[in-house]
Design a protein around this ligand. Structure first.
Ligand SMILES: [Zn+2]
Length: 133
């Protein structure tokens, strides 16, 4: 039990360490919806590996975190951020945006149209195939 706790604490330490580099990458705005002046936190795109992986982490606002927790219940307007997120130069941001678009493409025409215009390179494809959200 104690061992598990230490491991958990050690892991949390590593993830929060990522926060510094993520802050720089995100330029203090949510990497999904681009909101600034929001409290941002590290979000690990599932599957969450035993050893945290920087390339699978996002820096996002509380609202986006909530949306990611229940994409099925999200309002159409709450998902509009995908319009720009899908063009992100950060591979995991792009991969996650494509992943969500695939989930909602049968619900919204704009989502399926957007998917058709997006070019997915190898790096993004690899991340995309991993996501289990
Ligand atoms: Zn956000």
């Amino acid at each position: 039990m104690a061992k598990g706790f230490d491991k958990d604490r050690e892991r949390k330490g590593k993830v929060s360490y990522f926060g510094k580099d993520l802050t720089r990458r995100a330029k203090s705005s949510c990497e999904l919806c681009e909101a600034s002046n929001q409290k941002l936190g590290v979000y690990e795109v599932p599957p969450v590996e035993e050893e945290p992986v920087f390339e699978q982490c996002l820096f996002i606002c509380e609202n986006c975190r909530k949306i990611l927790g229940s994409i099925e219940d999200a309002d159409e307007n709450e998902l509009r951020f995908l319009n720009s997120a899908v063009w992100s130069e950060v591979p995991i941001v792009k991969a996650l945006a494509v992943h969500i678009l695939k989930k909602i493409k049968d619900r919204y025409i704009w989502a399926s149209e957007l998917l058709e215009t997006v070019y997915i390179d190898e790096e993004v494809e690899e991340l995309l195939n991993k996501i289990t959200l």
